[in-house]
Design a protein around this ligand. Structure first.
Ligand SMILES: [Mg+2]
Length: 374
């Protein structure tokens, strides 16, 4: 039996990190999230708060109205990053290939060395114990033959605080009856698309012809169909250079005029541009993401034939994406992201004179719509 991939996933990570420095909050209804004034959402909540119907992603205002006595702890990403680094360094000792995902998950690739069934399980147990002893944190573990199956083993059989295993032999039977939404990376959009083809369960997807799967979901269709049949050749990908970078902002009050949205997009573009510049890379893909006042998420993206050269170019690309989107609704959140990053000898140069001039004009309240920049 061959189980070369292990996923270690911290349980309610942000809450766990907070309890380490504020043990007095243990066994109380705690919500870690953004503040009501900033119109934040719940990142995670303790079981005591969940009992009142509080869930991740809910607005903090609603969460506090459901659970009146809850203690709100603001999200502190810099502190969580430090803790996440410690978690990674503990679980990756002696492991050559590993992939961190978000702040609370690490996939380990045991390759051919220690991947026979009993060895993988013994390692999983010892990782869990070490994380508890050295960091005081609880984690769930998934063991499988591939990266996606390890995620499912952890979700369905490991959480919370346990070890889930899906062997290659039992994978097809385990996956078949699950709804397609249970496959890693399959969101509501894909579920809807598949429904139009009469596909609801993984069995339906596995039985779809290769051609139909491709017509329905493109190249991803082939991979998902394979996974739905219980075959998962995916392995952890060690972190390479950054592949994308994004910035976003939730506004204290919905942005309701084009001028307000414009100035927010410009501000975010500068911020992303200077972060990309300091990293020494230029993007070939730009995306704008927004959430309207009714909590609906939308996005629009553009792939360029060459990497952007200057921050003015980035800003132009962002503003033209936005004007194409023609949104006329109040905006709650705006984000922009840069993808397909290429390292560049002229990483998003600031266009010194032009940038200075534009900043001054804007500081004086000038309305610089995209057309006036071209
Ligand atoms: Mg987690």
């Amino acid at each position: 039996m061959f189980l070369p991939v292990i996923l270690c996933d911290l349980d309610a990570a942000f809450l766990g990190f907070e309890l380490l420095r504020r043990p007095e909050l243990a066994h109380r209804p705690v919500i870690v999230g953004g503040t009501v004034e900033r119109r934040g959402v719940v990142a995670t909540a303790s079981y005591e708060a969940r009992a009142f119907g509080v869930t991740s992603g809910m607005s903090t205002a609603e969460a506090l109205s459901r659970c009146k006595g809850a203690i709100l702890v603001p999200v502190d990403i810099p502190y969580y990053r430090t803790m996440s680094e410690r978690f990674r360094s503990v679980v990756t000792r002696g492991i050559a290939i590993w992939e961190p995902v978000a702040l609370d998950e690490v996939y380990l690739d045991l390759g051919g060395q220690r991947s026979a069934f009993p060895d993988t399980l013994a390692l999983a147990r010892s990782l869990q114990r070490t994380v508890q002893e050295e960091l005081g944190l609880s984690c769930s573990v998934g063991c499988a033959s591939g990266r996606h199956l390890a995620k499912m083993a952890c979700e369905h059989r490991g959480k919370p605080g346990g070890i889930g295993v899906i062997t290659a032999e039992e994978a097809p039977a385990f996956i078949a009856p699950l709804p397609v939404g249970a496959l890693p990376g399959v969101g509501p959009g894909t579920v809807k698309t598949l429904e139009r083809y009469g596909v609801r369960t993984c069995r339906d997807l596995a039985e779809l012809s290769e051609t139909t799967a491709r017509r329905c979901l493109g190249q991803r269709g082939t991979l998902l169909r394979q996974l739905a049949s219980g075959i998962d050749p995916s392995r952890p990908q060690p972190p390479g250079p950054a592949r994308s970078m994004s910035v976003e902002e939730t506004f204290p009050k919905d942005l309701s005029t084009p001028a307000e949205v414009h100035s927010a997009l410009v501000r975010l573009s500068w911020e992303l541009g200077s972060r990309l510049g300091s990293l020494g890379c230029s993007p070939r893909e730009v995306a704008v993401r927004w959430r309207t006042a009714d909590f609906r998420d939308h996005s629009r993206q553009h792939t360029l034939p060459y990497a952007l050269q200057t921050r003015i170019d980035l800003r132009k690309a962002v503003l033209s994406l936005w004007s194409e989107a023609a949104v006329h609704r109040p905006i709650r959140l705006l984000g922009i992201s840069a993808g397909r990053l290429e390292s560049s000898t002229t990483p998003l140069l600031p266009d010194a004179h032009l940038e200075q001039t534009i900043r001054e004009l804007e500081a004086n309240g000038a309305d610089l719509r995209p057309a006036s920049l071209l």
